[in-house]
Write a protein that binds this ligand. Structure first.
Ligand SMILES: C[S@@+](CC[C@H](N)C(=O)[O-])C[C@H]1O[C@@H](n2cnc3c(N)ncnc32)[C@H](O)[C@@H]1O
Length: 328
């Protein structure tokens, strides 16, 4: 994850900001010989064992248990106004929720929305629950926030989240929903009772948020991760996407030895970050069956107040929809 100053800039950035033109930045970076290694595939591709990225995130959350990185991402409500105008009891799945930076402002803004939140780290889910419980005295608040632990890129989501009650009779539905729990493919639930597990079978969610999570997954496991989001959505449901964009300042700061693939880097703590161009995002989502509604760079010039330095931040904003009549 980025430093506190960078997290703050991300938290405050505005919808579709165009402080500068992305093509101008691209031309500048690609003409600068000191950035040449960022334009090439790395010869030293990662020798890390599979799922070491998930272990690295678990360690990250253990080290940062103080919640220091918590910054509410209030701008998301401007970027994705559907989260405010949806019918009561609509369901959102926040994927890779961390300590709740995305979930909290959404829960606050829409009192009728149910938020499922998952992460590969139990530690951060506990922290998120604490932060969300402490944020409101309204009892419904914490009941609308339901967490479960999963690795999106390998096992995917539990069956109960996407099972379709309209296709199953009562008994079939019950056994289908609980089978996802019994299999325990590395999935376990942190605040659902058995009766709630059954109640959860809602035929999928209305929205998925993928906010700075896909970039944390190794590139080769991104297609499966996006497909999982497609499967868990109801027909007509939407994914709201925001993540690091190509030539973001944090990409340019990685030294050559941190490059583990094309546009893919590993921090010293083993967590990864990929930097997306629009074509990569488009092919991941269209490849999974989504329709593109919005996709653009968000280019923000921000000032690091401590160092007095200007930073050129690039994020990708995307909105994708599962077709209304879609076979999974
Ligand atoms: C940069 S944080 C983003 C947190 C949050 N979405 C937000 O808006 O602040 C990325 C999160 O993804 C989680 N993560 C990384 N790989 C994952 C995986 N394979 N499955 C589930 N969560 C994962 C990490 O534990 C971390 O909390």
């Amino acid at each position: 994850m980025s430093s506190e100053g960078e997290a703050e800039a991300e938290a405050e950035a505005q919808y579709f900001c165009k402080d500068f033109d992305w093509e101008d930045l691209r031309a500048e970076i690609e003409a600068n010989p000191s950035f040449a290694y960022h334009l090439e595939s790395s010869s030293s591709s990662s020798s890390a064992p599979p799922e070491s990225d998930v272990q690295a995130w678990k360690q990250f959350h253990l080290r940062h248990a103080s919640g220091k990185f918590f910054k509410e991402r209030r701008y998301l409500l401007k970027e994705f106004p559907e989260l405010l105008s949806c019918p009561p009891n609509s369901m959102l799945l926040e994927v890779g929720c961390g300590n709740g930076s995305t979930a909290l402002p959404i829960l606050r803004a829409n009192k009728d929305l149910i938020v499922y939140a998952c992460d590969c780290s139990d530690e951060t889910l506990e922290r998120a629950k604490e932060i969300i419980s402490a944020a409101s005295t309204d009892a419904s608040f914490k009941h609308r926030f339901r967490t479960f632990c999963c690795d999106l890129s390998t096992n995917g989501f539990p069956n109960w989240l996407a099972c379709n009650p309209s296709q199953d009779n009562f008994l079939q539905k019950q056994s289908y929903c609980l089978s996802g729990v019994r299999e325990d493919n590395g999935l376990h639930f942190t605040n659902l009772s058995p009766s709630e597990e059954f109640e959860c079978c809602g035929g999928g969610v209305d929205f998925v948020t993928l906010i700075f999570t896909l970039s944390a997954v190794p590139l080769e496991r991104m297609p499966k991760s996006v497909k999982e989001c497609f499967i868990v959505l109801k027909p007509g449901g939407m994914v709201f996407f925001r993540d690091y964009g190509l030539y973001d300042m944090t990409m340019l700061r990685f030294e050559p030895d941190k490059q583990v693939g094309f546009r893919e880097y590993m921090r010293s703590d083993g967590t990864r970050s990929y930097f997306f161009c629009l074509d990569t995002v488009r092919s991941l989502f269209l490849g999974a069956g989504f329709t593109e509604l919005e996709l653009d760079y968000c280019c923000v010039k921000s000032v690091n107040r401590q160092k007095g330095k200007s930073m050129q931040r690039v994020w990708v904003h995307g909105k994708f929809q599962k077709p209304a009549l879609s076979c999974q």
